[in-house]
Design a protein around this ligand. Structure first.
Ligand SMILES: [Fe+2]
Length: 215
């Protein structure tokens, strides 16, 4: 029964615990499905982070004197189901990667929302230690999301538009580049040149918005 904010916090922690455990099972599959080493590495490093985040939730459960298990996060289940659909798509690697990143960023934003809310409730009930632990994870989720935005804008969207995306005219503004397999630093430089473009600033703006909203 939800008869106090403490009870709401308990529900939120259980939900996050379920969400993280589901994600920990999915991330190795996402690393296998990703076609570039950068994206594979991002999923592997987030798996390592996720394992620490699960331990952090166990620590929080100890502090709150609750059991973290026994709840299924249906939101995460649905998001991971969509991620699975993206991974099973046929098509050019770069487009499948774009679809996998899209699914992964929905997961990250969902987690950012969940941790932001839990942190706010922990603050409201005055549990400073729990606030700190939740904030640590929240910061990691925001960084993971920003990393995906960076991979997406520097490698995937650029390469995708070169290989026949409907927005391929956008890349022409920055000069023709036919070599899709050019070095990553070249792509990053080109993206750097693009930074003032509408698409570049929009994507960074949205990731910044998500990083500040939960605080
Ligand atoms: Fe997480």
């Amino acid at each position: 029964m939800l008869d106090s904010l403490d009870a709401v916090l308990e529900e939120q922690i259980k939900d996050l615990y379920s969400a993280e455990n589901q994600l920990a099972k999915a991330l190795p599959k996402m690393a296998i499905a990703a076609s570039t080493e950068t994206l594979k590495a991002a999923f592997k490093s987030h798996l390592a982070e996720t394992k620490v985040q699960i331990e952090r939730l166990q620590k929080i459960a100890e502090i709150l004197e609750i059991k973290p298990g026994g709840k299924k996060c249906k939101g995460m289940e649905g998001l991971l189901e969509e991620g699975k659909e993206a991974m099973e798509e046929n098509g050019e690697e770069v487009f499948v990667d774009a679809a996998i990143i899209a699914a992964a960023q929905r997961v990250e934003h969902y987690e950012i929302s969940g941790y932001g809310t839990a942190r706010a409730i922990a603050e409201a009930v005055g549990n400073t230690k729990v606030v700190q632990l939740l904030q640590m994870t929240l910061d990691e989720e925001v960084a993971a999301d920003e990393k995906l935005t960076q991979i997406s804008t520097s490698e995937i969207l650029n390469a995708g538009s070169q290989s026949g995306g409907r927005n391929s005219q956008r890349s022409e503004k920055n000069g023709q580049r036919s070599d899709k397999t050019g070095s990553r630093s070249d792509k990053r430089d080109q993206h750097g040149d693009k930074e003032k473009s509408a698409s570049g600033s929009r994507s960074r703006g949205s990731s910044r918005a998500s990083s500040t909203s939960p605080r």
